[in-house]
Write a protein of this length. Sequence first.
Length: 179
Amino acid sequence: MENFKFIAGQASSINQYKNTRSKLLKCCANIYSNKQCLAKKIIPNYAKLKFHNTSPAAQLTSKNAQSTRIKDEIKFLFVKKDKLNRELYEHHLKAAKWVGMWHIIQNFINEKLNYNMEKKYKILDSKINKLTLSQNEQHDNKIQFYPRVVNNMNIDFCDEEITLLNKGLKYNLPCNSKY
């Protein structure tokens, strides 16, 4: 490609095509990574929300808001992809008019961009794997509860007595008589 000499209009058309194609491929890569995050139920750093309240309702709301943020980003990226596809089509037509060897140039550009995008996809996959590992470690923290009743005596209790004792000190036995 370096051996070719182009006039300014031809070089401009080729560069516009190359830049638009590059933006389109990056947009597709971002869509891929966001869809992977939704599928694996992980939250990327841009979508994380921090709340001071740690109640279950606040955590559920936070989780729903974060997944909604990712879904909105995917919708935005699809709109951007459609716009870039239209621009790419226009630049392709413009470049095909100017250059007689357009197919050779187009193949060269596509090979170079595809090589760069392979690197980007590897980076995105490694980021998703790191997020998966880091967010799964947080969920592995299980609280171990100890039994309420510990029998330190030699007396064996039946199952009904153990369930009654497990209810705690403030449990009130129901009254059978009516007033």
